[in-house]
Design a protein around this ligand. Structure first.
Ligand SMILES: [Zn+2]
Ligand SMILES: [Zn+2]
Length: 483
């Protein structure tokens, strides 16, 4: 018997946790955080309780109440933990947190499977981001040990790390009787994949997040052609923009960007999503077109470096950009009154490698030749404008999505205040979505010609019925059986 159960992404964008069972084999496709539900209860200032996180999240419907799935150090805090795992693997479509973020709570003896790009980005999260990111290395909690200095004392033991097996996709790999064919597709982060899943009761296609209007639209098209040949029984399709008819693509954005940049004499400041390497490519091209250089932050530099080390292609190289070294901590970088060791202590160890690079730049360098740069500056980096001092005739390009909730709206008010303070208001909005338009989804469904469609990752799943005759709308945790 084969079944599909959605434990997330039902009438919401993100939080994908799709359980496919075939006989005794149980696989999760994605195990993501639902930003919507999370935001209903938590904020920057009201964080979850780490010690009871599993039971609290289950109580709020953020995690399904299943046994043999969660890491035992946390599960043992509120119930008996199963000695053996009940699931055979978690297959990640891509490294956005609404698809991969909750892998941190999955027990270490359940292996994960993903693309090299996805693994690289998860590694960057793990090594350089705040928050709970334990994908490949689980730091065991709630352990105690004797103090090394004084054996009569007991201390909290934070040293134990349990590795998780994170396997890189092979072209068609098998987990028990299920065969999985991953296909790289176009989306707004490297390492994105869609799947054909062959089960004993038929073939299932799962899109993950997909679009056709980015720089790798041909990848998505190739996937659709190949997947159609499997004569899919079920299509599990994202529908983020199901109501949008037009699609404004990355190349349209590049054209608009070029004409904006041609008329700027001061500094160009831009905010685009930190891990969107296609958008980074667009701004690199814009910079080349106008004799400027794109300046990215150290986390982005670390991401490009890690992607390259993992053999990921179709992403910018580190030598195509400049790396911004901001004043942090004591703010003594390049201050000769302080020894170099003290200067370096203002930075995380992973940042040190970028400080002395020949393509690193400081605020002073940008400030003295603003016409040479496009400076990427996100919400948290607005404070560096004090050092950069954008001159008159500088502009700010907002290259991220419109605010979708109250918290984003409040943040945007703060951004506007900063822009007004530095004479950068009004800003220019240039953005294209990471998701297929309704028209593109409709075309994809037509080509795949599946017998049934299960919409996910959309607030309007019923819209799919306007162009397909057999749309399955199941509630959260309701099992659908293939027959
Ligand atoms: Zn998503
Ligand atoms: Zn995504």
């Amino acid at each position: 018997m084969t079944s599909i159960t959605l434990h997330g992404a039902v009438e919401e964008i993100g939080g994908n946790k799709i359980l496919i069972e075939d006989g005794d084999t149980k696989l999760f496709f994605d195990f993501g955080l639902s930003f919507g539900k999370y935001g209903d209860f938590f904020s920057h200032y009201l964080q979850p309780r780490r010690h009871s996180i599993l039971s609290d999240y289950m109580d709020l419907g953020l995690l399904p109440n299943l046994s043999g799935l969660y890491r035992q150090d946390y599960e043992k805090r509120f119930r008996e933990s199963s000695p053996e795992p009940n699931y055979d693997g978690v297959i990640l479509s891509h490294p956005h947190l609404d698809h991969a973020g909750f892998l941190s709570y999955v027990r270490s003896d359940i292996p994960a499977y993903c693309s090299p790009g996805c693994k690289a980005i998860l590694q960057v999260f793990e090594e350089s981001s705040y928050g709970f990111h334990e994908y490949t290395r689980l730091k065991e909690s709630f352990k105690i040990r004797e103090s090394k200095r004084d054996s009569t004392k007991i201390v909290k033991d934070r040293s134990s790390v349990i590795p998780r097996e994170v396997n890189i996709f092979k072209p068609n790999f098998k987990i028990d009787d299920i065969t999985i064919h991953p296909f790289p597709v176009d989306h707004s982060v490297p390492g994105s994949n869609s799947f054909v899943i062959e089960t004993s009761e038929g073939s299932i296609v799962y899109t993950g997040d997909i679009r056709f209007h980015g720089l790798k639209g041909n990848f998505s098209q190739f996937f659709v052609e190949k997947a159609a040949a499997f004569d899919p029984d079920i299509l599990i399709s994202e529908g983020t923009n199901i109501q949008d008819t037009k699609s404004y693509g990355e190349l349209d954005l590049q054209q608009d960007l070029f004409s904006v940049l041609e008329n700027v004499r001061g500094l160009v400041i831009v905010n685009f999503p930190v891990r969107d390497t296609d958008r980074m490519r667009s701004f690199i091209e814009g910079a080349k077109h106008t004799d400027r250089s794109l300046v990215i932050n150290m986390r982005q530099a670390y991401t490009l470096k890690t992607l390259a080390e993992n053999g990921v292609t179709h992403v910018p190289r580190l030598d195509e950009v400049k790396i911004f070294v901001p004043r942090k901590g004591w703010g003594v970088i390049n201050d000769m009154n302080y020894p170099i060791e003290i200067q370096m202590q203002d930075y995380h160890s992973w940042e040190n490698q970028f400080i002395e690079q020949n393509n690193s730049v400081t605020a002073d360098e940008i400030s003295s030749s603003p016409e040479k740069y496009i400076f990427r500056c996100d919400f948290f980096e607005l404070k560096y404008l004090f050092d950069i001092k954008p001159p008159q005739e500088s502009i700010y390009i907002r290259s991220i999505t419109e605010p979708v909730d109250e918290e984003m709206e409040l943040d945007q008010i703060k951004v506007d205040n900063w822009l007004k303070h530095f004479g950068l208001y009004p800003y220019i909005q240039l953005h294209c979505s990471g998701h297929a338009s309704g028209y593109e989804i409709q075309e994809m469904v037509k080509q795949l010609n599946p017998k049934k469609v299960i919409p996910v990752h959309t607030e309007k799943p019923a819209e799919f019925s306007s162009f397909h005759g057999d749309v399955i709308l199941k509630g959260l945790g309701e099992k659908y059986t293939l027959s």
